[in-house]
Every structure is written in C-alpha cells, then in structure tokens.
Design a protein around this ligand. Structure first.
Ligand code: KIV
Length: 271
C-alpha cells in the first residue's frame, strides 16, 4: 500500500502558503513512472516534467527538438506515479511563442491528455499574451526567467544571465509582469544570487531557483544531474547527492563478468 494514501496534495495555494510562512519549496524533475514514484514518495513538493527530457532522456544537445506529444507521454507517465506533489509540465519550444490561441489549445491538450496540474513557460513580457490566455482558461502557469534554454541560440552560451544592469532590470520587470498576469510561481535559472533574492522580495509569488542562490523561496534541480548519472555535467550550482554513473557502471560491469563466467544465474536463481 502507498505511504501517501491520505496525504494532502500540494496545490499552488499550498506553495503560496509555504512562501508566506518562509518554508522552502523542494522541486525536482522526473520524466518517467518509476523515478516519479520515488521522488513523490520521498516527499518532493513539486515535480517538473521538464523539457530537459530532450537532453537527458532523448540525448539531444538542446531542449528545442522535443515535441508536444513527447512531453505529454513523459507527463502522463509521471502523473500515474504521483499522489502528493504538484506536477508541472514544460510547454515545449514552439508550442506557445507565436500565437496565443495555439498556445491555449496546446496547454489544454497537455492538461487533458497528461492529467498534470500546471504548465511552465519560458519568457517574460514577450509571451504575456499567451500566458494570460492560458490563465483565463483556469490553467495554472509557472514562469521561467534568466537562462531560458529554449532561447539558447539567441544567447549563444549557457553562461550566467543578467549580470548587467539592463538585463537585470528587465528581468525584474518580467517577474512583475508574470505575477500581475497571474502566474503562481517563477523559476529563475542561472542568475546572480543577489538579483534572485531581490526578485523574490519584489514579488509575492514563490520564486524557485536553479543556480540562483539561497535567497529564493525554493530550489529545483534536474534529477539526473543531482544523482550524478551524467558524469560530464559539473556546473558550480549543482550539488551531487550520489555518483550513480560510477555505481551503475560498476553494477553493469559486474553483471557482464557474472554472465561471462557463468556465475549468474546460480542454483537459487533458477527454477
Ligand atoms: O527543463 C527543465 O528541467 C527545467 C529546469 C532546469 C528548471 O526547466
């Protein structure tokens, strides 16, 4: 039996209460049923079905290639596993930037077909029409500012954003615009800690950081990164809670040896 049978679900209102009470919000990505079940059972507040699935699940260099259908596949697998956490799904590149009517129908498709609880969108004032239209349909929206990987070809690199005053001022204005539009939270990615703290104090909705320091209302990491599955990704902001790359490599190599040496299966491992 599940440990969460009678557990109160995390909603956008619960997250707001957490900010109001000074309780930090924990958020992690997941893209499949088995991982999401462990993450949820651990007690994570928010599970993000990130478009980072494009990188860590599909092996693409950027988040741009992942499709709406692929995001819905990942999201519905996660939703089937989750009993407590709020499940947020990234709207993929191209599904909301141009036309706000299309953005709404894509957000509705995600909500209907995956059963998730909210969507996340990258950008500020330039996408406010789409954000507003989606919110009008009663779909909760999480914003995403700072380093927005869907715009990697505009930025050119994955370095820290908003170090200059002009970009920092614009980021604060964008955060306020997203709050005014009705977003329930905003992710801030890879910006100076002092700026992130200033944003968290300038808006009343929760600010969740990744590479944005400790002065925000919560933290998010990509699950494969924090488990150390990818041993080539070592940015300064990442704390690795495991070295799964080494552990899995060892397990796979031991299995190969056992098969080759006929040690596996033994008497007790057969019928
Ligand atoms: O796609 C993702 O995993 C994200 C997080 C990095 C916030 O957007």
């Amino acid at each position: 039996m599940s440990v969460h049978k009678n557990v109160k679900r995390v909603t956008t209102h619960v997250l707001q209460e957490m900010k109001n009470n000074g309780e930090k919000i924990s958020m992690l990505t997941a893209y499949d049923f088995s991982m999401a079940r462990i993450v949820d059972t651990a007690g994570m507040d928010v599970i993000l079905v990130g478009d980072s699935a494009s990188n860590v699940m599909a092996g693409h260099e950027t988040t741009l290639p992942i499709t709406l259908e692929q995001m819905i596949y990942h999201a519905s697998s996660v939703v089937r596993a989750v009993q407590r956490a709020l499940v947020v799904v990234d709207m993929p590149f191209g599904s909301y930037q141009g036309n706000s009517k299309e953005a709404l129908s894509n957000a509705i498709k995600i909500m209907k077909e995956s059963g998730a609880h909210a969507v996340k969108m990258e950008g500020g004032q330039e996408i406010i029409e789409s954000v507003t239209r989606i919110l009008t349909a009663g779909i909760p929206v999480m914003g995403h500012l700072g380093l927005t990987p869907q715009s990697i070809y505009k930025f050119g690199t994955y370095i820290v954003r908003a170090k200059e005053d002009a970009e920092a001022d614009r980021l604060i204005e964008d955060a306020k615009a997203l709050e005014d539009a009705g977003c329930f939270a905003i992710v801030l990615e890879k910006i100076p800690a002092m700026l992130a703290e200033k944003v968290a104090k300038s808006v009343s909705i929760p600010i969740i950081g990744i590479g944005a320091g400790g002065g925000v209302d919560g933290q998010v990491l990509v699950v494969h990164d924090m488990l150390g599955i990818n041993n080539e990704f070592n940015p300064r902001f990442l704390r690795k809670y495991h070295n799964l790359y080494e552990e899995m490599m060892g397990a796979f190599q031991r299995y190969i040896e056992d098969v080759k040496s006929r040690d596996f299966p033994n008497e007790s491992e057969q019928y």
